[in-house]
Design a binder for this molecule. Structure first.
Ligand code: HEM
Length: 432
């Protein structure tokens, strides 16, 4: 198991952020003695859903899924124009098989997925079937100007072990000969180039460890030690998350897949910590009712497996008028239920210290990107700004503190189509 000592965690986090072969070898020199659980060559035993992570993630005492602690995002461009060839596809699948063989599919081994952008699918003469809900990314609030990620593919690597995500990255890029004892006989370097690399971490202790000298976090180390996120609270309660079943595309050529919105949000938490007290932070992040009724203790572990937001949704306008504030979760929840009360979005967000700036990588899975867009619109709370105290970014959830820097949309196909799929849901390979 991972040696969780603070110095070791800080070292591995720095190594993930720095990346590169040097970081990896430094990391391997200091790798924990416990072996990394091995993967399998029985590929058919792996689930068809690339996004099936929950049953192999750690959970807390309440059964809430804990996203793996260390993460790397690789934004990749195909090195050639036009549709991919069968050779490129075969190479890609073989490179992915190295990861399957090397690491157990679990938070102690490696969890990963690959998604493809709308721009990638434009390489083909035909279009994606209409029912695949994958628009180009766009600004989702009247007050943001993000850069749009339109690279062909996004590989997302996640593990509780920093040495694993680093080594997996190096294996994919052909920078190591072996990954967890498995020969790296094929890699992606002849097929893709890396346009961008982003990293992150989440889990109790990690944001606090990373907070000093980080742009966006004020002096005085205000992030509570036990908080999994920079803002000082837990998120992702089981009952406030969609199930993996719910976010899975259930028909058509990409059945078994899902869509992924990936945002990056810069955080500026000076006023969050220096001007607000815990009462107001709870009001802004959860709801005024949560603050008034004292529902949240500390980082919110006492909430169990349910944030309790459903009881606060209908009173939002009244809250705006009487408290002068509306809550972030309260606003978002308005658009996050279907007619039967099911939650629509599966959020798996994690923090980042890339470029010494505090930010949040926000992957959200849902059946179609419009579900995400609707929730984000509800979170904007523009409809509540006729109440005099609520302005577009002030007293309006956490909008004063977060700034969208990047947005991208991706289709995460089922595993059988994970290597450069066609728009019709095929993946023909040379040599078959
Ligand atoms: C730094 C940024 C953010 C932080 C710290 C944060 C934190 C939280 C917390 C603490 C909750 C309540 C607990 C829970 O249900 O997980 C919550 C709920 C939620 N947040 Fe965020 N969030 C952030 C950004 C976003 C963004 C960008 C979206 C995009 C739409 C979003 C969507 C949601 C949704 C859908 C819920 C669940 C509401 C429901 O119960 O349906 N959050 N968030």
């Amino acid at each position: 198991m991972f040696d969780g000592s603070p110095s070791r965690r800080a070292f591995l986090k720095a190594a993930v952020a720095a990346g590169g072969a040097a970081a990896l070898s430094a990391c391997l020199d200091r790798a924990p003695d416990d072996p990394v659980p091995a993967g399998t060559a029985e590929f058919d035993t792996l689930p068809d859903r690339q996004h099936a992570w929950n049953d192999v993630c750690a959970t807390d005492d309440h059964g809430n899924v804990e996203v793996p602690h260390h993460q790397i995002l690789l934004y990749l461009d195909l090195s050639s124009d036009g549709p991919p060839t069968e050779d490129q596809r075969a190479t890609t699948e073989q490179a992915f098989h190295v990861l399957d063989r090397a690491y157990e599919r679990s938070h102690e081994g490696l969890l990963w997925s690959v998604g493809y952008s709308p721009r990638y699918f434009q390489r083909f003469d035909e279009s994606l079937p209409e029912r695949v809900d994958l628009p180009e990314p766009r600004a989702l609030s009247p007050f943001e100007t993000p850069d749009f990620d339109r690279q062909d593919a996004l590989v997302h690597l996640a593990s509780d072990r920093a040495d694993v995500v680093l080594e997996a990255e190096q294996a994919l890029l052909g920078e190591v000969d072996e990954a967890n004892g498995v020969a790296v006989d094929t890699d992606l370097s002849g097929v893709f180039s890396v346009d961008d690399r982003r990293t992150g971490f989440v889990g109790a202790g990690l944001p606090a460890k990373h907070q000093s000298d980080l742009n966006g976090i004020p002096d005085g180390n205000p992030v509570p030690k036990q908080s999994p996120l920079f803002m000082g609270f837990k998120a992702g309660f089981a009952k406030n998350q969609a199930t993996e079943d719910y976010v899975t595309i259930d028909e058509g050529p990409f059945a078994g897949g899902t869509t992924k919105h990936m945002a990056n949000l810069r955080q500026r938490l000076k006023d969050w910590y220096d001007e607000e007290d815990q009462y107001h932070r709870i009001m802004k992040l959860f709801s005024p009712g949560h603050a008034e009724q004292g529902l949240v203790e500390g980082i919110g572990d006492n909430l169990g497996d349910d944030s309790g937001i459903d009881a606060m949704v209908d009173r939002i306008r009244e809250d705006a008028e009487s408290f002068g504030h509306v809550g972030h979760a309260q606003k978002a929840a308005r658009a996050n239920r279907d007619d039967e009360g099911n939650v629509k979005l599966l959020r798996r967000h994690f923090e980042s210290a890339d470029d010494d700036v505090a930010s949040l990588h926000f992957p959200s899975l849902q059946r179609g990107i419009s579900d995400f867009e609707a929730v984000r619109e509800a979170m904007n709370g523009t409809d509540l700004t006729d109440v005099p105290t609520v302005r577009q970014r002030v007293n309006n959830g956490i909008l004063e503190y977060i700034f969208a820097k990047h947005r991208g949309n991706f289709l995460v196909p089922p595993r059988r189509l994970r290597a450069l799929p066609t728009v019709t849901g095929d993946a023909p390979m040379s040599g078959e």
